[in-house]
Design a protein around this ligand. Structure first.
Ligand code: ZN
Length: 335
C-alpha cells in the first residue's frame, strides 16, 4: 500500500469516526435525548439463535487492507447494532415484538420490524453524508472532490426518500392507518439475518429519467426486506409504500408466489449485490464463505459498476453447489 493510500485510509477512518459520534440523538420524533446502542433485529431470540458462541460474521470495510471488503467475526453485543433510540423509547416501543409470540400478519408488528431497519438506513446515510462532507473539507481542491460531491449528493437524495417513508410510519402508529403493504412467508431455515431497504429503480432507469427530463427522479421506490430464522423456519418479511403499488406490485408479489427455489435465489442475489445489512452464523461462514472471500470482494466491486441492479444470477446460498456457482459467476461476468 503506497503512502497516498495509507494517508487516505487514515483520513477516511478519522472522518467516519467523527461522523458516527455526531449522530447521537434519539430518532423518536421531537426527542432530543442521547440514543443508546440497539440491535437492528432482537439480540435475544433472533440473533442469539444462530450464535451459540456469541459471535456472528459481517462484511466490513477496512481501508487499510486490499481489497478493503472483508468478513469480520464480532461479538453479539456489538454486531448488527447502531445508535437508534434513547433508552426510554427503545424499551417502550418494542415490547410487542420482544415477547415469545410474534404474529407476522399483524400490521403493527410489521411496522415495528420496519422501524429499526429504516433508522439503520437513515443512520448509515447520515454517517456517510457527514463522512463525505468531512472528506470534501479536508481534501479541498483535490482531484477526488468531484467524486466525493456526487456521492454526497446521492446520499442526501436517498436520505430525503427515506424521510418520507419515516413520516408515514409514525403517522400509521399514531392514527392506526396503513400506508404500507406487507407480506411474509416461511422459507427453509438459513442462518442469515438480513434487514435492509433497497431501491427498486435501477441506476440505468434513474439515469434514463435524468436524460429524458433533465432532472432527478422526484423520488425512488424503496423496498423493505427482512429475513431471519424463526422457530423451525426462516421468515421472509417484506413491505413497500402503498403509493408505489402500481409500480411495485408485480415485482413484490413474485417473492410470495414463486416457488421457493426462485425466492432463495432472489434473496441470495439481494444479499450479494444490493443489501449490505446482514450477518451470518459460524456454520454459514464455514460452508458458504470460507476460502472464497475474494469472490465476495469481487461482488462488491461488481456492484459498484453495475447499473442493472434487478438482474438476478443463478446463485443460491441454500444450495450445496453455491461456492462452485459463485466461481462460475465470476468467470462469466468479471473474467
Ligand atoms: Zn427518545
Amino acid at each position: 500500500m503506497n503512502k497516498e493510500k495509507i494517508e487516505f485510509a487514515k483520513l477516511f477512518s478519522n472522518c467516519k469516526k467523527k461522523a458516527i459520534t455526531s449522530v447521537r440523538e434519539c430518532y423518536y420524533p421531537e426527542c432530543k435525548t442521547q440514543s443508546i446502542n440497539s440491535h437492528i433485529l432482537q439480540k435475544n431470540g433472533i440473533l442469539s439463535s444462530i450464535a451459540p458462541k456469541k459471535h456472528l460474521w459481517e462484511l466490513g470495510i477496512n481501508h487499510y487492507k486490499s481489497p478493503p471488503f472483508r468478513f469480520e467475526r464480532n461479538g453479539l453485543n456489538q454486531i448488527f447494532s447502531f445508535n437508534c433510540f434513547c433508552e426510554k423509547h427503545d424499551n417502550s416501543l418494542f415490547k410487542k415484538i420482544e415477547s415469545e409470540v410474534i404474529d407476522f400478519s399483524d400490521y403493527e408488528t410489521c411496522l415495528l420490524f420496519t422501524l429499526r431497519t429504516i433508522y439503520n438506513e437513515i443512520f448509515r446515510k447520515e454517517v456517510n453524508s457527514k463522512t463525505f462532507e468531512c472528506l470534501i473539507q479536508e481534501k479541498d481542491g483535490s482531484y477526488n472532490n468531484a467524486h466525493f460531491r456526487e456521492t454526497l449528493r446521492q446520499e442526501k437524495l436517498g436520505l430525503d426518500d427515506l424521510k418520507l417513508l419515516e413520516n408515514d410510519i409514525w403517522s400509521d402508529f399514531n392514527n392506526k392507518t396503513q400506508s404500507y403493504i406487507f407480506n411474509n412467508r416461511k422459507i427453509k431455515r438459513a442462518e442469515i439475518c438480513l434487514s435492509s431497504f433497497y431501491t427498486y429503480d435501477t441506476s440505468i432507469e434513474i439515469e434514463n429519467y435524468y436524460y429524458k427530463f433533465g432532472k432527478d427522479m422526484e423520488r425512488t421506490s424503496e423496498i423493505y426486506i427482512n429475513s431471519f430464522p424463526f422457530e423451525k423456519h426462516s421468515i421472509l418479511l417484506m413491505g413497500y409504500h402503498k403509493r408505489d403499488e402500481n409500480k411495485l406490485k408485480g415485482y413484490f408479489n413474485t417473492f410470495f408466489k414463486e416457488n421457493e427455489k426462485k425466492v432463495q435465489r432472489r434473496i441470495t442475489n439481494l444479499m450479494l449485490f444490493n443489501c449490505e445489512t446482514w450477518v451470518v452464523s459460524d456454520n454459514f461462514h464455514k460452508s458458504k464463505i470460507e476460502g472464497i472471500e475474494d469472490l465476495y470482494a469481487t461482488a462488491v466491486t461488481y456492484t459498484g459498476n453495475n447499473k442493472n441492479e434487478r438482474k438476478t444470477f443463478d446463485l443460491n446460498f441454500f444450495n450445496e453447489d453455491f461456492k462452485t456457482k459463485f466461481q462460475q459467476w465470476k468467470n462469466n461476468n468479471v473474467g
